[in-house]
Ligand binder design. Structure first.
Ligand code: HSE
Length: 440
């Protein structure tokens, strides 16, 4: 059989990894795909040096600077979008679909924001859009959700899905270094996005969570309804106090189906039990814990970023699309798991209605009756206390830090309690609030 021609859009970290792995493992990949997958064209840019790099490395391919030429080239069957962003990438992907080409993309922001439109277009055209590399880099979590767990009603998914913030939190905890210093190191190591605010403000994780929730629960991609709170304001005191209480803080993406309410979709720093497997996912590694009603909890761990790990997922999609394109045109899954024609209208739960455990840190005057006032307010809002820690006042100081862990409560009840607690004359400043999950 003739090779299947692929056009690569973008020759950055991931694009060059795809070229390298595809060539290194060509025999195995061709055997598994049923025919050779050949990158015949690469679109790259002179401005960032990728054009020259592509010319040097991809001797057998045609290198162009106009990606649209590849998208419109009738000899190309699969367009592999590795440019990133939501503007040019969206135009190119929609045009590729309009031209009847299959698309493989690693672009999480594009799918989280425009996925519903893109999958509807692909469905109408009868082409595939595959996106394994968009979530958790090299971990085959999309395949697991789509295929391995397809018998299950998914109850919840909890993910450490941003390597940069996990690296920052792990290093801050291990070395006591400041947030700013560790962020600089993460950028130097190449984990961070071009705009690192996407990593540290939880936006990158919310993109990935939006995609997983859409597959797991059959809802549209609704990034605009996802809650994202990052790690920039986290203090090393909270990291330390959490440890003393037997917890570790991770930037967790949490999506949960709550019967009668809807789907929770939220990313925030979260206390999780220090002994759990998830708490021990350190450095830039990613992990996704999925709870299915039949299978129970399953855990997926691996590199969430990087050239060859991400290329591993991109090529897996190229193989899937090649196999379905060539061997089974009648029965292929036109949009690889995203049923754009049969979406569920289960709503996303507003943040005020979610349920979680809470970590509250308060600065209070060290005098009789203060605690009684605070616990009284919590009890009035039906918030039950799980643990309590009081730090001794430094010599000469009259204020102390107290930390309260609560059992699961409704978030709006916490907001109401905090407004009353912060109004007390004995409580100084704002209360620090973090969420807590037992992952059971
Ligand atoms: N910036 C991302 C991360 C890369 O830190 O996980 C992969 O999406």
């Amino acid at each position: 059989m003739n090779p299947l021609n692929v056009g690569l859009l973008g020759f950055g970290t991931v694009g060059s990894g795809v070229w390298k792995v595809l060539n290194r493992n060509q025999n195995e990949i061709s055997r598994r795909a049923g025919r050779e997958i050949r990158i015949t064209h690469v679109a790259a840019r002179a401005e960032d040096g990728s054009f020259a790099r592509a010319q040097e490395q991809c001797r057998s391919a045609v290198i162009v600077d106009d990606a649209m030429k590849i998208v419109r080239d009738p000899q190309i069957r699969i367009v592999c979008e590795l440019i990133g962003g939501t503007t040019i990438a969206r135009t190119l992907v929609l045009e590729a679909i309009a031209q009847g080409k299959h698309v493989v993309t690693a672009n999480k922001a594009l799918l989280a924001i425009h996925g519903t439109e893109i999958f509807a277009a692909a469905h109408e055209k009868g082409v595939m859009v595959a996106f394994e590399a968009a979530v958790a880099g090299g971990i085959p979590i999309i395949k697991a959700l789509r295929e391995g767990l397809t018998a299950n009603r998914i109850e919840w998914i909890a993910g450490i899905i941003n390597g940069t913030s996990n690296f920052i939190l792990s290093t801050m905890r291990e070395t006591g270094a400041s947030f700013a210093d560790v962020l600089r190191e993460a950028q130097a190591r190449g984990y961070a996005e071009a705009d690192p605010t996407f990593d540290i403000e939880g936006i990158d994780a919310a993109h990935k969570l939006t995609i997983m929730a859409a597959i797991a629960f059959g809802i549209p991609m609704q990034f605009d309804k996802a809650f994202a709170e990052g790690i920039a304001k986290l203090s090393s005191d909270d990291i330390r106090y959490a440890e003393e209480l037997g917890y570790r803080i991770k930037l967790l993406g949490m999506t949960r189906h709550v019967a009668g309410k809807g789907i929770e979709l939220r990313v925030h720093p979260t206390l999780i039990p220090a002994k759990s497997l998830m708490a021990n996912v350190e450095g830039a590694m990613n992990a996704v814990l999925v709870k299915g009603d039949a299978v129970g909890p399953t855990l997926y761990y691996g590199a969430g970023a990087g050239s060859e790990p991400t290329a591993s997922s991109v090529i897996a999609d190229l193989v899937d699309v090649t196999r379905m394109h060539t061997t089974d045109p009648e029965n292929r899954v036109p949009h690889l798991a995203f049923q754009a024609d049969k979406l569920s209208d289960t709503p996303v739960v507003p943040m005020a209605e979610i349920q979680s455990g809470y970590y509250l840190r308060l600065r209070v005057l060290d005098r009789p009756g203060v605690l009684a006032e605070i616990t009284h307010i919590l009890a009035d809002q039906k918030i039950s206390i799980e643990a309590f820690l009081q730090k001794e006042a430094a010599s000469g100081e009259t204020e102390v830090n107290i930390i309260i862990l609560t059992h699961r409560a409704i978030e709006k009840n916490i907001y109401q309690a905090l407004a009353k607690i912060e109004a007390l004359e004995t409580v100084k400043g704002k209360v620090t609030l973090l969420r807590m999950e037992d992952l059971q």
